[in-house]
Design a protein around this ligand. Structure first.
Ligand SMILES: *Cc1c(COP(=O)(O)O)cnc(C)c1O
Length: 410
């Protein structure tokens, strides 16, 4: 049978696991514990000899259904969900790395990931930050103890596009884990597996959930990395099919031991949201393209950063890699305009820190999400004091254009 399309697979995935009473939406299972009539079965579940549930911190049927859907979206081998995107990133790093290991990371990063990597430094895991828009910079930073390369697809807030394909080749040659945070593109716009990613991170809070009413995160094993060659797998997990070792260790160490589990209720909200991901994102990308073009020629805007503009340094790369150019863009204002006043003049657009919502949200980044980083690191990331980042929603474009033209008037 021909492989079905993304939307069809998403909408019908819950029916594949023999749902109770034929329900079309996977039920919300709030139970923490699971009872067994035969105590031997319980032991076999604990020993991994039989599929089943034992305790809510490790597995839950509602969460399993969402994990399977994300594996399907990413065309990966297996997915582990967490309470937030940050939990997925932290748990993946802490379960696969040890003191003395080295990470090469893109310097253009989500602020909290940047902060977390600073914490890792204090646990003896060294992180080198490089301009990952050129794979040569990543190659130059590799050391004998480099275990992981970490990049985002489209970086926040300046929208740099990493040299995703060339970094993938490099990691493959050197047997290094290639971890790609796909949050900004989502599996609808980009498949990290197609560039050789080993692990794919998604903050489900953003485009996949899409409505800004539930937190969640996930890590997907693409199936491309050969875990049999990876020294940091504990002996306990070096059993059976080696392709399961990495994700098993993330599940056991990162989820069971560290405990940032996704709740069933949030999993349900995220699953419902994920059904309309392609529809929402196509619309948001249309709106973002129109607004970015409007800003790029506006006299109140000094600079507009959006991969969909031909002037963007990685426009051609983005065109090759992504189905669309995403729904995030940023602007630097001319000196006569104040970022707070511009935002306060907007009516439809909301001043808010989230992204990937159905509503258009905007934030003065230097004063908020990148404040803690300090002026020097901000300058090195190209973040001006007047910069505003927009996460474009699915509103009627004329209303958004009205907001922008009124707010930016000189
Ligand atoms: C929001 C975000 C995260 C963290 O996700 P949470 O669900 O908020 O913890 C990680 N990476 C990127 C690129 C993000 O935008």
């Amino acid at each position: 049978m021909a492989k079905k399309g993304f939307l069809t697979r998403n909408l019908h995935s819950d029916r594949k696991s023999k749902p109770e009473h034929g329900v079309l939406h996977k039920a919300i299972h709030p139970s923490v514990a699971y009872g067994y009539e035969d105590a031997r079965e319980l032991a076999e579940v604990f020993q991994g000899k039989r599929a089943g549930y034992n305790y809510g911190r490790q597995l839950n049927p509602t969460v399993t259904a969402l994990q399977d859907r994300i594996s399907s979206m990413e065309e990966g081998k297996a997915t582990v969900a967490f309470a937030t995107g940050m939990a997925a990133i932290a748990a993946s790093c802490l379960s696969l790395l040890r003191a003395g290991d080295h990470i090469v990371s893109s310097a253009f990063l989500f602020g909290n990931t940047n902060s977390f990597f600073g914490t890792l430094n204090n646990f003896g895991i060294e992180v080198s930050f490089v301009d990952a828009t050129d794979a040569d910079n990543v190659a130059a930073a590799l050391k004998e103890n480099t275990r992981m390369v970490f990049v985002e697809t489209i970086a926040n807030p300046v929208t740099q596009v990493a040299d995703l394909a060339a970094i993938g080749e490099l990691c493959q040659q050197r047997q290094i884990i290639y971890c790609v945070d796909n949050t900004m593109t989502s599996p609808h716009l980009f498949s990290p597996r197609s560039v050789g990613a080993s692990l794919i991170i998604n903050s489900l809070t953003k485009y996949i959930g899409g409505h800004g009413n539930a937190l969640g995160g996930a890590v997907t094993d693409s199936g491309l990395y050969d875990w049999s060659t990876y020294d940091n797998i504990y002996d306990t997990y070096r059993q059976g099919d080696a392709s399961n070792w990495g994700i098993t260790q993330i599940k056991k160490k990162g989820l069971r031991d560290m405990g940032a589990s996704l709740g069933p209720e949030a999993a349900h909200h995220l699953a419902v949201g994920s059904e309309t991901l392609p529809l929402r994102l196509e619309r948001a990308c249309d709106n973002a393209q129109t607004l970015a073009e409007f800003c790029a020629q506006h006299p109140g805007v000094k600079q507009c950063y959006y991969p969909g503009l031909p002037s963007h340094p990685q426009h051609e790369r983005a065109k090759t890699l992504f189905a669309r150019f995403g729904a995030i863009f940023s602007i630097d204002l001319v000196d006569q305009l104040d970022c707070f006043e511009v935002l306060n003049r907007m009516d439809t657009v909301i001043a808010s820190s989230n992204l990937g919502d159905t509503r258009t949200l905007a934030i003065p980044v230097a004063h908020t999400i990148y404040y803690e980083m300090g002026p020097e690191r901000r300058a090195s990331m190209g973040i001006a004091d007047s910069m505003i980042r927009f996460s474009v929603g699915i509103e009627d474009i004329d209303d958004l254009l009205t907001d922008f033209s009124e707010a930016l008037a000189l």
